[in-house]
Design a binder for this molecule. Structure first.
Ligand SMILES: [Zn+2]
Length: 268
């Protein structure tokens, strides 16, 4: 297939982060040919409405929701009222103004691209993620973070571990669009867990520099997360040894290592 065929097959979509609240990002997908756009997890309508004001002629066609927390859904109703956008979100959670209820394995067409839905319980029970396999995008809400993972508000460690393990099976070049700028504090914890990981030390230095310059640390990639995120490295000897040392008890399997790391991080 020639390059021009590839270009005509898939719309060229640009993705920007609209900052919201203290450390949230609302991902904005822009399809310039038809001037349509979509947002992921608009916890606040204001940054999206401001962008639409500054970019006349653009239409918000879709709102994608990963889970029910207010910093992800707070702007949905006013955005839908202002734009008529279609609201898609998890079937098993209460999502305001939802038009399309999604379950694991469902496909959703957005801006001319087909997204696959993954059920990823743990942070919340009904949490879903959106994967675009040709573009290698993952919109994972508060399940996987750069160098960390979401807190277990509703699910069990075994559920969250299984959800993260599904992400780890995606191609390494998959871009990880998570919803918070937590990377630097996550990396401080990661370095405490695995001080002997040189790629992790290098990432810590890189992200420290980026944040000093006021730059965003996202998106990450699955490959980078697999090499530096302790929550995806529960089979690594140094990570296991640190978890055992911290909780001062034997850990019978990877889920137990994950649970120990997650509770350690909760008070780090
Ligand atoms: Zn959340």
């Amino acid at each position: 297939m020639r390059l021009c065929d590839l270009i005509s097959d898939y719309p060229m979509i640009k993705i920007d982060a609209l900052p919201a609240f203290n450390d949230n990002y609302i991902w904005l997908l822009q399809e310039p040919t038809n001037r349509r756009c979509a947002v992921v997890d608009p916890g606040d309508a204001a940054p999206v409405l401001a962008w639409l004001d500054e970019n006349p002629g653009w239409q918000l066609s879709d709102i994608l929701i990963t889970h029910h927390h207010s910093d992800h859904v707070g702007g949905v109703e006013s955005l839908k009222a202002a734009t008529g956008a279609r609201v898609s979100g998890p079937a098993n959670e209460r999502i305001p103004a939802r038009d399309v209820a999604l379950n694991d394995g469902d496909q959703l067409e957005v801006l001319g691209l087909s997204f696959s839905v993954m059920a990823v319980p743990g942070h919340t029970i009904g949490h879903i993620a959106y994967v675009q396999p040709e573009q290698h995008w993952l919109f994972c809400g508060d399940t996987l973070f750069a160098a960390g993972c979401g807190r277990l508000f509703e699910g069990t460690p075994a559920q969250m571990y299984a959800s993260l393990s599904r992400f780890a099976e995606l191609p390494e070049q998959t871009h990880v669009y998570c919803t918070h700028e937590y990377t630097l504090s996550n990396l401080r914890f990661a370095v405490a867990v695995e001080p002997g990981n040189s790629r992790l030390q290098q990432r810590f230095e890189e992200v420290t520099q980026w944040r000093q310059e006021g730059c965003i640390s996202l998106p990450s990639t699955i490959g980078l997360e697999k090499s530096t995120n302790p929550f995806l490295r529960c089979e690594t000897p140094e990570v296991i040894a640190s978890a055992v040392r911290h909780c001062d008890t034997a850990l019978k399997d990877s889920v137990a290592v994950f649970a120990a790391l997650r509770s350690w991080k909760d008070t780090f």
